[in-house]
Design a protein around this ligand. Structure first.
Ligand SMILES: Cc1cc2nc3c(=O)[nH]c(=O)nc-3n(C[C@H](O)[C@H](O)[C@H](O)COP(=O)(O)OP(=O)(O)OC[C@H]3O[C@@H](n4cnc5c(N)ncnc54)[C@H](O)[C@@H]3O)c2cc1C
Length: 104
């Protein structure tokens, strides 16, 4: 395996959502950041299937939401089910329509 020497101010091991967000916030503040990720890509099934209202709110605060919403997606305002004549609501985000959950 080829070896490479890098110099950085801050090294983050793990390019999951936490590592990438930390790297992004530090880089925005001008910190020289390197992220080490053992996988070649970000295509894991469980990342971003649903993007929750709290995550969308964070993207809004960071000024990223408009670009993010240009990606193909479907909006959800609630999740529920019906068993016979029993109807139930498992989640309801209709009170915050601007930041409904997404299926990407
Ligand atoms: C089945 C399932 C479905 C989910 N669905 C959703 C969903 O739809 N929406 C949602 O918001 N959340 C979902 N989650 C939760 C979400 O995946 C986690 O909250 C999130 O991935 C946690 O991010 P993290 O950065 O803390 O950790 P991780 O995502 O685990 O990231 C850690 C990263 O570090 C890397 N790493 C580990 N060791 C090393 C090493 N030694 N060197 C280099 N790299 C290393 C790993 O490869 C990984 O990429 C789901 C979780 C599961 C299990």
């Amino acid at each position: 395996m080829a070896q490479q020497t890098l110099e950085t101010t801050c090294c983050i091991v793990g390019g999951g959502p936490a590592g990438i967000m930390l790297a992004y916030l530090l880089a925005r503040k001008g910190v020289n950041v390197t992220v080490l990720e053992k996988h070649r890509d970000f295509f894991r099934d469980f990342r971003g299937d649903t993007v929750h209202p709290s995550t969308l709110e964070l993207m809004y605060e960071l000024g990223l939401l408009q670009d993010f919403l240009r990606l193909p997606h479907q909006e959800l305002t609630g999740i529920g089910g019906v068993f016979g004549d029993f109807v139930f609501t498992a989640a309801d985000s209709s009170m915050c329509p601007r930041i409904a959950s997404l299926w990407l």
